[in-house]
Design a protein around this ligand. Sequence first.
Ligand code: GLP
Length: 245
Amino acid sequence: MTKNIKLYVEKDYDALSKRAALIFAKQVNAAPLAAFGFATGGTPVGMYEELKKMRARNEIYLDQITAFNLDEYYPIENTNTQSYAYFMAENLFDEVNLPKEKRNIPNGDSSNPTAECVAYDEKINRCGGIEMQILGLGTNGHIGFNEPAEFFSGATVHVELAESTIQSNARFFDDEKDVPRHAITMGIRTILMAKRILLLVSGEAKADILRDALIGPITPNVPASALQLHRDVIVIADEAAAKHL
Ligand code: GLP
């Protein structure tokens, strides 16, 4: 693995979540007014639980950061309980008192998704860029909703979800038919512009794709392989996910 990627292998999901929260908290406490990038999916939930506990013990102050989420389904209303806006409020933002005006999540209800994408990148830039971006890894190698493709995406973009993502995310919905077929996601360039990246990966089901992402060829067929081009990536995996590294 190249030197720009620092790998932590933790015993299990619990240890992974604790390690991730500690690293993230250190970064926030060093730059409490900066912008930070958040992710959804099952993987960061344990880390968010830890951050809430740390906030209760006054070990981290998230009240003054600006948050930018990676992605949002499209179309979806932000009051929909399946929206990532709702997910973030429930799993982290409400409990750590992050003011609503500091929560940026692509608007899945916009009538003009293309303009929404442009405005999202502009806002990240106006806030001075992202200090640390949290990422999960899709089983198909996606980061955000950047699906395997012929080309790497650049800026924030309105995309169609891959069939594999629809199937994988169906576990969060009553029926697979309810999974939105599109999304707005930070593009690969937007993600790579973050100063530091914190990638969390848990479980044996991700072991093959994690190996492909970190030590396989850099290819848009494995969108996460673009992380090899970034100068400061921290990967926290549990033993099951790291078994091929
Ligand atoms: C979703 C999100 C991704 C996330 C992925 C993995 O599709 N758009 O940002 O990384 O799921 O989810 P999980 O952590 O539940 O495996």
